[in-house]
Design a protein around this ligand. Sequence first.
Ligand code: NDP
Length: 313
Amino acid sequence: MKNMEASLVGKIIDGKAFAESFRERIASEVSNIKSEKGLKPSLAVILVGNDPASHIYVRNKGLAAKEAGIIAVDHRLDEETSQEDLLQLIDCLNDDPLVHGILVQLPLPDQINPAAVIDHIDPAKDVDGFHVVNTGRLVTGEISDSKAALIPCTPLGCMMLLEDRLGDLSGLEAVVLGRSNIVGKPMLQLLTMANCTVTIAHSRTKSLKEICCRADILVSAVGQPELVKADWIKAGATVIDVGINRVSIPTSDNPEKMGLVGDVDFNGAIDVVGAITPVPGGVGPMTIACLLANTVTAACRQSKITPPKWRSN
Ligand code: NDP
């Protein structure tokens, strides 16, 4: 029985532990860059309005940056801020040589067009990797020289977990659930670049279960609690669950209790998978770590220094 439990534990991809050691490595690279090159990587984080979840995300990003030795400066603007005022702030940050990364926390209030804001950020400072120039460079496969794409943080984190677990991904069949610009589409590009054969599925896909069953690698980013059942998963597949869904999980002590689940029915899937990321503690911690890595990469490129190589493959 004990051996059986140990084998189930061995299937869990511990994104929290991976992200912690990755952040230690980032801190050590930052320390070397500071002492050897005199470069102090810095990140500007812009938050518009009062969304409580966004306040927590921004605070966590700032704390993580400081812990890694990255200078983090918050710019908090009120809910009524006009698009023009926000773009002016971005102009100043684009022109400031001491700012290497700019992040605008989404969502933005209704009077502001998020696409216009993202496209106003200097692509070299776009540490979220959402600018069309970075998107284009990712699609054309430019990811490793000085003009390379900054890769969106969540898909980058997923790739690092996959490469750590599986090594070479060449020839594997991958299925991505979800086609958002933030997760699904960049995931498709990254897996294709890693020589996987990739299918991308979405809300209009027919035979979703059958498509998922083909996957050696299944990445789910749909935001539907426990949509993916055990019998949608090929035996031995590696499952990356990006979804974060707040659901009610009543207990006898607390009938109102809320908790987080992924897009995958974890308890059913664990018996079938080769490996799986839990929610929470899987992909989420990698997203912030990759934001820090992107900030260091951006700072190095802007200073004509070769950035650290973050990925093993
Ligand atoms: P979006 O809402 O932008 O995209 C969701 C995608 O899922 C869409 O392409 C949609 O299809 C598809 N979809 C929705 N329902 C179904 C369904 N029943 N069957 C098949 N496809 C479906 O979400 P995001 O990409 O921004 O985020 C996805 C999830 O990942 C969310 O839970 C989010 O919280 C989480 N997330 C987690 C992060 C982390 O750090 N761990 C970071 C970013 C997101 P269509 O295009 O047809 O509408």
